[in-house]
Each structure stands twice: as C-alpha cells, then as structure tokens.
Design a protein around this ligand. Structure first.
Ligand code: FAD
Length: 310
C-alpha cells in the first residue's frame, strides 16, 4: 500500500508525486497516459522561466524529474472507482479498469480534463493546424489573422474579447438563439469593432488546403442555408469536460462534474485530495495545475501526519 497515491500523470499529478516523494512517504502514480494534455500541445510559451517549449519535450522532462525520486509509476492504467476509508487514516481504495485494487492512506485525484469537440469533418485533421482550443495558449499564433470562436457561452465570448485584441477579426458562431455569456461580456464584445456574432449557426465542417485551416462551413439553423467563412483559425469553446466520471457518487462534484477542492486541495472525502483541471479551479493552465498539485500533496502530507496509521 501507499501513503500517497496520485491518480493522473499530467502536470498536476507529476508535481504532486515529486512533492510527496520529497517527504519520504510511499508515493505511487497511476496514469492512463503520462503527460496528460501537455502531450497534445504544440508550442508552450507561458510556462514561466521557459521562454518556449513543446508539449512532448515538457512531458519528457516532467517524467525525468519524477523518475529522479522513488515513485512507483503505473502507466496505461485507468482508475474506475474510488472507495473511501473505513475510518480516518485508514486505507482508501482505487479500483483499476483491469480489475486490480490499489490501497493508499491518501489519494490525490489529478485526472485532468478534455476539451469538448465539435465532431465535424476536418476537426481532427486540422487540430493544431488552425483548429485550437486554448486562446491563452494559441491566440498569439493568429496575430493579424481572421479567426472564429465556436460557442457563445462565457468562455466563448471571453475568448472572442481576448482574441480581438490580437487578431484582425473574430466571428463568433453560437448554436442556439441566445448567448449564454454574462451580459457584461456580451456588451464588451459588441463594443469591439472587430467581433461579429452569428446566432443559430451550426458549424458543419472545417475547411482546409491539406496543410492548414482556410475556413469553415456552417448552416443557418433558421433558414437551413449553408455558408462558408474564410479564416485561418477556429477556437472551439464549447466546454471543458472533467475526467471525473468514475467519481460520481463518491467525492462532491460541481454540476459540471468538477471536483470541489478546498484551499488544501481537500475534497469531501477524508484523505482524498484533488488538483488541476479536474477540479473547480477557475483557470486551467500548466503552471496553475503544477502549483495546485504541490499544494494538494502538502495538504495530503498534513493529513497523514495528523491521522493514526491503520
Ligand atoms: P491533464 O494534463 O489533463 O492530465 C490528466 C492525467 O490524468 C493524464 O495523465 C491522464 O492520462 C490521466 N487520467 C485521466 N483519467 C484517468 C483515469 N480514470 N485513470 C488514470 N489516469 C487518468 N496550458 C498552458 O499553461 N499553456 C499552454 O500553452 C497550453 N496549451 C494547451 C494546448 C492544448 C491543445 C490543450 C488541450 C491544453 C493546453 N493547455 C495549456 C492546458 C494544460 O495542458 C492543462 O491545464 C494541464 O495539462 C492540466 O494538467 P492536469 O495535470 O490537471 O491534467
């Protein structure tokens, strides 16, 4: 059994594992894929102190750093259920999809999130070649170009406002007949000269020249007519889905499925901590996930030294 079992091997999990191991406690990591979302990222320019790097490079150094320590890393393993301890300080159980059960006195959930995709033709082909999901990350790559934002919720309108300061023109496509974004954001977006908002627009295809995005096609849901928009970038902002399905009914989640984490990374279950994109942390970024992982590992250590060993 472990003292600290980290579920997830992204930036939050890697950071938590290092902080755990440095306390000299038995630390394990279960991860479906080491590196998490970072493995899918091209350029990273906001990981402070590293001017520019690439996802796979950062993943390699993350893994190298974790392997410096005595951490038991189990990759290609998916957690499928969590069972709280019988008594405080007792063993918490994490069930794996392969049928095995791993026990630990504390568990740190860092299973991250995934962007909700449009599921239209061309989206996968042009992912990273014009199709983007993170305006903070990729916005500057489209300086002076025309882009679309798919989705008119808070994240979509925020993205449009953010991008409008960098790019030439932003077209927002909203599927329904209302914008769900806060009124103040809508007002701000409407006051900017280079944002157009199209309602009742169903994106049907990402268009490209084989190398990069050149436009998109959408259907006006009111008239049924199809239109093409010429542009170089498409930011998909239709939601970030936390990887927390396996936790339903155990730790407390928000209505969007994010784990509710306190100041120490604590969750509603004693001995269970959480960090990174799977939690209700408002901003989802690598540097934030790493800080949260360190914070929650220290929270777990505090819990361990204050509870009786089984
Ligand atoms: P993740 O990175 O999502 O890692 C989750 C981990 O949990 C993975 O190891 C996964 O395999 C594992 N896992 C999930 N479910 C299970 C399960 N049931 N059992 C076992 N393991 C499981 N942020 C920036 O700061 N700068 C950028 O430039 C940037 N660019 C981005 C570009 C793209 C395309 C994407 C998708 C994201 C980008 N982000 C960027 C956001 C950043 O990647 C995330 O905020 C960060 O990776 C979150 O870290 P995390 O550890 O919480 O989760």
């Amino acid at each position: 059994p472990f003292d600290l079992l980290v579920v997830g091997g992204g930036p939050a999990g890697a950071s938590a594992a290092i902080y755990g191991a440095r306390k000299g406690i038995r630390t394990g990591v279960i991860a479906e894929r080491f590196g998490g979302q970072v493995a899918d990222t091209m350029g990273i320019e906001n990981f402070i102190s590293v001017k520019k790097t690439e996802g796979p490079k950062l993943v390699a150094s993350l893994e190298e750093h974790v392997r410096e320590y005595e951490v038991d890393i189990m990759t290609n393993q998916r957690a499928s259920a969590l069972k709280g301890a019988q008594q405080e300080g007792g063993y918490i159980e994490v069930e794996l999809e392969n049928g095995a059960t791993v026990q630990s006195r504390s568990v740190l959930l860092a299973t991250g999130a995934r962007w909700r995709e449009m599921n239209v033709h061309g989206e996968q082909e042009y992912r990273g070649k014009g199709v983007a999901y993170c305006p903070h990350c990729d916005g500057p790559l489209f300086k002076g170009k025309s882009v679309a934002v798919i989705g008119g919720g808070n994240s979509g309108i925020e993205a449009a406002i953010d991008l409008a300061g960098i790019v030439k023109h932003v077209t927002v496509l909203e599927f329904s007949d209302i914008l769900r974004a806060d009124e103040v954001l809508q007002r701000k977006a409407r006051s900017m000269g280079n944002i157009d908002i199209i309602m009742q627009a169903q994106t049907t295809e990402v268009l490209g020249d084989g190398e990069r995005v050149t436009g998109l096609q959408y259907t006006d849901r009111q008239t049924g007519e199809s239109y093409n928009v010429e542009l170089q970038g498409i930011f998909v902002q239709i939601g970030l889905v936390p990887n927390s399905e396996f936790l339903e009914g155990t730790v407390e989640l928000t209505e969007r499925g994010e784990i509710i984490a306190g100041a120490h990374g604590n969750t509603s279950l004693p001995g269970v901590f959480a960090a990174g994109d799977v939690t209700n942390v408002p901003y989802k970024q690598i540097i934030i996930a790493m800080g949260a992982g360190a914070n929650a590992a220290l929270g777990a250590f505090d819990y361990l030294i204050r509870t009786p060993e089984p």
